[in-house]
Design a protein around this ligand. Structure first.
Ligand SMILES: Nc1ncnc2c1ncn2[C@@H]1O[C@H](COP(=O)(O)OP(=O)(O)O)[C@@H](O)[C@H]1O
Ligand SMILES: [Mg+2]
Length: 137
């Protein structure tokens, strides 16, 4: 039996590099009070940055929803990044390391997945992409 509560949430735009910096900083600041360690903060911020950069670089910009959660006495931080860009046609390829259609290293999606506890990605070609990452304390 799960009873998940959302303690607070905030929707933030993702259009520019400044927006990405702002999302990173807010994510970090929300992880301080629940006593996430510096390592946990850094992992979440790194994963968040990768998804945000993808939304800006490949998705034409979008938005991020930041959520502080509570479930069965534990605290979670969730970031949902979405865009209305071209979407991802071949998900297996996009998720695999070293695949990039841009100038990247192709480690963003796989790396982000390894840094968090929950990772969900949905994409529809022509409609856009939604990626949700969660880290539990
Ligand atoms: N939001 C997105 N919209 C469209 N395509 C994306 C999106 N995110 C990732 N991709 C595709 O998946 C590939 C792999 O992404 P990623 O692992 O972050 O590596 P990189 O950003 O270095 O290319 C990208 O090169 C791009 O083709
Ligand atoms: Mg990337």
């Amino acid at each position: 039996m799960t009873a998940m509560t959302c303690i607070k949430s905030r929707i933030m735009p993702l259009r520019s590099c400044e927006d990405i910096v702002c999302l990173r900083q807010t994510t970090r600041s929300w992880m301080v009070e629940p006593r996430f360690t510096l390592v946990e903060q850094t992992k979440m911020m790194t994963a968040t940055s990768e998804l945000a950069r993808n939304a800006v670089n490949y998705g034409g910009g979008g938005s991020a929803t930041l959520e502080l959660l509570e479930e069965n006495g534990r605290t979670g931080i969730r970031v949902v990044v979405e865009d209305q860009g071209p979407g991802i046609a071949d998900m297996e390829q996009a998720m695999s390391d070293n695949f990039s259609t841009g100038q990247g290293m192709g480690l963003g999606l796989g790396g982000a997945k390894r840094l968090v506890n929950e990772f969900e990605i949905r994409s529809e070609p022509g409609k856009g992409t939604v990626v949700s990452i969660t880290r539990w304390k």
